[in-house]
Write a protein that binds this ligand. Structure first.
Ligand code: PNS
Length: 168
C-alpha cells in the first residue's frame, strides 16, 4: 500500500523526516509530495526543496520525492493513491488540518479514488520544530555568526548548509 505525504517542506526538518519514515513503515511506500505553489514565495524554490528532500531520504528505498501543483485530490487521482499522511504537533495543527481533511474527502467523493487523511502524532522531542521557526532563527543566527547548535538539532546538515548560504 502507498500513501502521499504532502507539504511545502520549505525546508525539510527532522520532524518531517520522522513522519515520513514512520508512515512508510505502516504503508510500505510513501510519496513525499512537495507543493509547487506559484502564489507563494518560498525561501527554497521547488528544485531546491526537492533536492534537499531527496538527499534526506537517499537511504530510504520506500520513500520517493515528487512535486505537485493544483489540488491535492487531483494529484492523488493521478497517482492512484487514496491515502494522505500528515503530522500533528499539537492542537493548532489539529485545528488547521481538520478542514483540509474534510475538504479533501468532499472534493474527492465524485472522483474515482476517495481521499482519506491519516494523522501521525509528532515525536514529542520533535514537536516544537517547524520550517517557519527554523527559518526565523536561521535568519538571525547565520548573519550574526552565532552558534547554530539548535538549528542542527532541527534539520539535517545539508539543510543547515543551505540555510547558511541563503542568509549569509
Ligand atoms: O506544509 P504545509 O504548507 O502545511 O502543506 C499544506 C499542503 C501543501 C498540504 C496544502 O496546502 C495542500 O494540499 N495544498 C494543495 C492545494 C489543495 O489541494 N488545496 C485544497 C485542500 S483543502
Amino acid at each position: 500500500m502507498s500513501a502521499i505525504y504532502p507539504g511545502s517542506f520549505d525546508p525539510v526538518t527532522y520532524g518531517h523526516i520522522d513522519i515520513a519514515r514512520r508512515s512508510a513503515k505502516v504503508f510500505g511506500r510513501i510519496i513525499v509530495a512537495v507543493l509547487d505553489n506559484p502564489d507563494k514565495t518560498p525561501l527554497f524554490d521547488i528544485n531546491e526543496r526537492m533536492a534537499l528532500l531527496r538527499e534526506a531520504f537517499s537511504q530510504d528505498t520506500n520513500i520517493e520525492v515528487e512535486s505537485f501543483s493544483g489540488l491535492l485530490v487531483d494529484y492523488a487521482q493521478q497517482k492512484g493513491i487514496g491515502t494522505i499522511v500528515r503530522g500533528l504537533r499539537g492542537s493548532e495543527d489539529i485545528a488547521k488540518e481538520m478542514p483540509y481533511a474534510i475538504w479533501n474527502r468532499k472534493l474527492s467523493t465524485e472522483l474515482a479514488i476517495p481521499v482519506e487523511t491519516v494523522y501521525f502524532t509528532a515525536e514529542p522531542d520533535l514537536a516544537h520544530i517547524s520550517s517557519s521557526i527554523v527559518k526565523e532563527v536561521a535568519a538571525f543566527v547565520y548573519p550574526a555568526g552565532m552558534s547554530d547548535t539548535e538549528i542542527t538539532q532541527a534539520v539535517p546538515p545539508i539543510v543547515c548548509t543551505a540555510l547558511r548560504e541563503k542568509y549569509i
